[in-house]
Design a protein around this ligand. Sequence first.
Ligand code: AMP
Ligand code: MN
Ligand code: MN
Ligand code: MN
Length: 283
Amino acid sequence: MTDTNHPLNVDLHCHSNVSDGVLGPDALARRAHDNGVQVWSLTDHDELSGLTDAGEAARALGMVFIPGVEISATWAGQTVHVVGLNINPEHSALRSGLAAIRADRLSRAGEMAQRLDVLGIQGAYDGALRYAGNPELISRTHFARFMVDRGVCTSMQDAFDRYLGGGKPAYVRVRWASLADAVSWILQAGGRAVLAHPGRYVYTATQFDALFDDFQQLGGQGIEVVTGSHRPAQYRQYADVARHYGFLASRGSDFHAPKESHVDLGGLPPLPAGLTPVWHDWI
Ligand code: AMP
Ligand code: MN
Ligand code: MN
Ligand code: MN
């Protein structure tokens, strides 16, 4: 199936309130459908508990549902995200790996709150938790929402720029899963591993080559080409990477919240021509 003649509206990356989105899985399914999405995946950060509701809602609306996840990993000292698509959410290695990441998130949140306290922002742990739809999954996004609503920050971007982003005063470095573990859990769960939004990582050209090589050798098959965090020039850049390495290409909005996300579900352009979509043999 090509993506050029009658492009299907496929959106394989977004977040519900079981991670750092704001809509519940079924409201998200409805929004995807209203926006014309035909093939949809929910890919919450390090969490699978939204998939049952999302799948039921999606199928009732006539969409093809692809169970997904976005795993936090560390490669060369930086965080990279690996999307797992068409996974079996019941697989035990995947489930226990993600549970360990969520536990690390909780201890990181405690350290972040301590740092914010020293910086004069009190009550950030409980504050962030109030924005978390799932007490097991606490994200910097929840801290940012708390800080904006408290009036300490003017926007989410401001919260990351001044406090939460890499190297900022409330940033706490985490050793997430290794890339090898993240890919392996996805493969063991029967899924396909896709490197999320490569355009967001701050690596040298040499490191990028090594990352793509490593990912491929570990069994990673796809990269996101068209995503909410890429600019059009990056669609072309990562289309070239996909062709060069023989990666399957993915498309996903990375939608989190109506007022925060600049790309809505299903709102991205189709994949550039000449790529094999990651969903080519699923539909
Ligand atoms: P965490 O996984 O807890 O470290 O949080 C990372 C999440 O923060 C990402 O998945 C994004 O949703 C969000 N994020 C990262 N950078 C920004 C930013 N500059 N503005 C708004 N949200 C951001
Ligand atoms: Mn997020
Ligand atoms: Mn991500
Ligand atoms: Mn995401």
